[in-house]
Design a protein around this ligand. Structure first.
Ligand SMILES: [Zn+2]
Length: 84
C-alpha cells in the first residue's frame, strides 16, 4: 500500500500513478513504478490538481514545477486514464 499525496489515503500501488522527477530534472508519470528519480503517488486527476495547488510536491521533490509541466502532467494523466 502506498499513500496518495493528494488525499492522504492509502491504496494499492496498482491504483496509484507515480509522478517522477528524473535525474535530469524532467517530470513525467510512471505507472510501472520503475522509472528512476524521486516521486510521489497520486490516485486520480483530482488529486494531481490538489497536489498542484498545495505545492506539496514541490516541497517533496525540492524543486519548482512550472505551469506548463503541470499542464502536461494533467493532460498525460487524462490521456492515460482514457486508455485504461
Ligand atoms: Zn488521492
Amino acid at each position: 500500500m502506498r499513500q496518495c499525496m493528494g488525499c492522504n489515503e492509502h491504496k494499492p500501488k496498482s491504483e496509484l500513478v507515480r509522478v517522477v522527477r528524473a535525474p535530469d530534472g524532467s517530470m513525467s508519470l510512471d505507472r510501472t513504478g520503475k522509472k528512476p528519480g524521486r516521486g510521489a503517488y497520486v490516485c486520480s486527476a483530482q488529486c494531481l490538481t490538489r497536489l498542484r495547488k498545495s505545492k506539496r510536491l514541490e516541497h517533496t521533490l525540492e524543486t519548482s514545477i512550472p505551469d506548463e509541466v503541470w499542464n502536461q502532467l494533467e493532460k498525460e494523466f487524462q490521456n492515460d486514464a482514457a486508455n485504461v
